[in-house]
Design a binder for this molecule. Structure first.
Ligand code: PSU
Ligand code: MN
Length: 304
């Protein structure tokens, strides 16, 4: 066991006895949603994993360790503490060695999940290639991590704050299968549509589990990106969203927001300017993803 890992007893028991476990990220709690909705959502997401037959393991960093599974008090702390770092892969050595509090992104959560032996990870939306990346070079470490680490990622697609077309191209370059559940079009988080055809479509959870199992059985390392369209009743009109996104991008440029601050700034701007509608959609889709992730984790274990 890696000395920098601390696994909650319920999670380590599940892993050692072959029960399904689903990893969850903490950046969405600390930097993606306002308090107290973030904590309520984190708890509801954990419950959705349990209701579908798996054990949740929310991942975060504190006290010099990567924690796999958080207590209610710890979740609560990450929900409102002002001093929590947003930790992607490159921030891990600093935040861990200085014993700071760190909420983990998709990239860091995947890596820690993999260290603990967890194969399925649920999030809302992944980071990707940003609009304008041809000059800014802003490409999320989530994508390179998906090339390196063998943990499947359940998402609601890619948010259109990013360049969805370039993100799909990048995933292709890195050999990462992208599978949409139940429809031909790749979804864009707030909408079931994106204007891009999904590279792959699978409708049944057990077929999906078999494909993931086959990828790793072939010795192909890396992730499978699963796109789960949000429930139709929670969709936000794409044209309305585009207006918010353009304004958010302009505001970010005017304030010279750079680097790791770009994604949280845009997400927060959109949440504030869409009068809570985006927050409700966000909560709904992540619960929906948690249910699917748990079902995939259960199916994966039936294959081995
Ligand atoms: N996109 C979303 N919601 C999120 C994030 C991205 O729609 O909460 C968060 C995730 O934690 C993701 C991170 O891993 O932002 C990506 O940040 P960056 O673009 O700086 O790599
Ligand atoms: Mn970036």
């Amino acid at each position: 066991m890696n000395p920098y890992l601390h696994v909650l007893p319920e999670v380590s028991e599940a892993l050692s006895t072959g029960k399904p476990v689903v990893a969850l990220e903490s950046t969405i709690i600390s930097h993606g949603m306002p308090y107290p909705k973030n904590v309520e959502t984190a708890l509801a997401v954990e419950q959705a994993v349990r209701d579908n037959g798996a054990i949740p393991a929310t991942i975060a960093i504190f006290g010099g360790k990567c924690h796999v599974g958080l207590s209610r008090e710890e979740l609560e702390y990450f929900g409102h503490a002002p001093d929590v770092w947003k930790v992607s892969l490159r921030d891990m050595p600093y935040v861990i060695s200085r014993e700071l509090y760190g909420a983990t992104t998709v990239a860091a959560t995947m890596r820690i999940a993999s260290m603990a032996g967890i194969k399925i990870f649920v999030t809302g939306g992944i980071g990707g290639v940003h609009r304008g990346a041809e000059t800014s070079m802003d490409i999320s470490a989530d994508l390179t991590e998906m090339a390196d680490t063998s943990v499947a990622v359940v998402s609601a697609g890619v948010k259109s704050i990013l360049d969805i077309g370039l993100t799909l191209e990048y995933l292709e370059t890195k050999g990462i299968p992208v599978v949409t559940i139940g429809q031909d079009e790749f979804p864009s988080f707030y909408s079931s549509k994106s204007g891009y055809k999904s590279p792959l479509r699978i409708d049944e959870t057990n077929s999906l589990a078999r494909m993931i199992h086959t990828k790793w059985g072939l010795g192909l390392k890396g992730s499978v990106l699963i796109a789960n369209p949000l429930p139709a009743s929670d969709e936000i009109d794409a044209a309305v969203m585009e207006t918010h996104i353009r304004e958010a991008l302009q505001a970010a440029a005017a304030k010279q927001v750079k680097g790791k601050d770009v994604t949280p700034f845009i997400l927060q701007y959109i949440a504030q300017h869409s009068k809570g509608e985006s927050l409700e959609a966000n909560i709904s889709l992540i619960k929906n993803n948690a249910a699917l992730g748990a079902k995939i984790a259960v199916s994966m274990l039936e294959l081995v």
